[in-house]
Design a protein around this ligand. Sequence first.
Ligand code: GLP
Length: 244
Amino acid sequence: TVFDNKKSAEKSVAARIAALIKSKQANGETAVLGLATGATPIGVYKELVRLHKEEGLSFKNVVTFNLDEYYPMQPDAVQSYVRFMKEQLFDHIDILPENIHIPDGTLPKEKVVEFCLAYEQKISDVGGIDLQILGIGRTGHIGFNEPGSAPNSGTRLVTLADLTRRDASYDFGGKENVPTKAITMGVGTIFKAREVILMAWNLKKAAIVKQAAEGEISSDVPATYLQLSDKAEFVLDADAASAL
Ligand code: GLP
C-alpha cells in the first residue's frame, strides 16, 4: 500500500493497531503486538500516544513483544531499545509493565539461549502475535535478521552486518562503539504473526524496498521472505515506493 506521504501512512498503521486493540477489548481479549524500533515507527507511536491522550484509547489489554535489542546493552543506555520504547511509547500510555517484553541485553552469555527459548514460549503462551510491525534495514534485515538468516529461524543471538553497524554509528558516536551482536526474534518468529506490516519511508529505503518486494527470494535479503507470506503487507510512502 503506497501513501502520498509518510504522515498519512503512519496514521493508517496507527488506526489499524487501535482498531485491533478495540475489537479485542470488546470481546474481553488481549491484543498481542509485535513492535519495532528505529526511526521508522516513531510517527506511529506518536499517533498511538495521541489516540490514548485525546481519544481515550486504552492499552490495558495489550501485550507487546519487541523484535530485538543490541547485545550487550544496559536498559538505561541512550541507544537501548528498552529506553527507546519507554520514551517513544510506554511512558505515555497505560500499558501494564508486566505486559511488556523486550529482549534482555544484560544477560550473561550462557543464559542467552535459555532466554531466547523462553521468549518464544511466552509468545505462544499468550496465543501468538496478532500484528507485527517491521522496519527494514539497508541490508534487507527485518528485526536484526541479517543476510544469511534462515526462513524458519527463531529468537537468537546474531552478529550484526557491517552496514548495519555503520548505519547505527551516529547513535553510538562511531562504528567501533556499536555492539557487534544483538538478540532478535527470528524470521520464523515474525512469520508466525497473524498479520505483518513492513513500513518504509524516504528515498533512502527505495532500493532495498524494491529488492525486498520484487527481488529474488533469498537469504541474501531476508525481507524477501515476506513475498512468501499472504499475511504480510508493505506500507510505504511515495519516496520509498519510487523504485518499484
Ligand atoms: C535497526 C532495527 C530494525 C529497524 C532498522 C531500520 O537495525 N533493529 O528493526 O527496522 O534498524 O531502522 P530505521 O527505521 O531507523 O531506518
